[in-house]
Every structure is written in C-alpha cells, then in structure tokens.
Design a protein around this ligand. Sequence first.
Ligand code: HEC
Length: 111
Amino acid sequence: MKPAIILLTIIFISCTARRMPLAGNGVQGKEAALAGKKAYQQYCDKCHPGGEAGLGPALNNNPAPGFLKRFQVRHGLGAMPAFDASVVSPEDLDHIMAYLKAKRREPALPR
Ligand code: HEC
C-alpha cells in the first residue's frame, strides 16, 4: 500500500512540475516571441496570416500540444509543406512556438 502511494505522489509531482524554460540561444519570453514573429512572418504568415486561418487553419486557437505542431512543421501535411532544420532552424522553431503561445486566444468551443 505505502509504496503505491509514494509512487503516485512522484508521478503527480513530475506531471505538475513546471516545464523547462525555452531552449535556444538564451532568448526567452517576450524576446523569443519577437524573434518568432519575424520567423513566422517569413515562413508561416502567407498561409496562417497573423495566426488566423488563411489557406491553413487558425493556429491561435489550436489546443494541440507543442510537439505535434513542431512535428507538422518538420514533416508537413496535405497542402502544408515540410520545413526542415536547414530552412527553419531549431532556434527559429522554438521562437515560432513562443510567438504562437503569445498569440494564443481562447480555444474554439467544440462544435
Ligand atoms: C503553403 C501554405 C502553408 C505554410 C507556408 C505553412 N502552413 Fe501550416 N498548414 C497549412 C495547411 C493547408 C494546413 C492544414 C493541413 C491539413 O490538415 O491537411 C496547415 C496546418 C498547420 C498546423 C496544424 C493545425 C491543425 O489544427 O491541424 C500547424 C501547427 C501549422 N500548420 C503550423 C505552421 C507553421 C508554424 C508554419 C511556418 C513554419 C506553417 N504552418 C506554414 C498550410 C501552410
């Protein structure tokens, strides 16, 4: 009984622990979002204008976890091209994710 409680406590704590801050070249928070805005405008804006829907769906109300969004950027899907690391560097991608976080608004209600 007791070991199970300890195990559950450890799992609970590790799930609720704060996530690590952004990696990348030491730029965090607002600065990362600003750097992300530049990269976003260069690579993403024509299909997801300002985070809203265009040719692609809106990204500012997308509740998908970051790793899925990163996967989509790296591998593409349907009409969305893939952007590999020689085009969108890992730092750029971190910054784009920070920018999208800053642009986030309430997720759309399920229809
Ligand atoms: C040429 C147009 C185009 C460009 C450029 C583009 N996208 Fe997309 N994106 C799309 C389309 C179209 C979809 C929908 C794909 C599908 O589901 O078939 C999409 C889907 C997505 C999704 C998944 C959204 C969802 O709800 O499924 C994410 C995340 C995303 N794009 C991020 C980005 C980011 C970040 C960039 C810039 C690095 C980018 N896209 C550049 C066209 C584009």
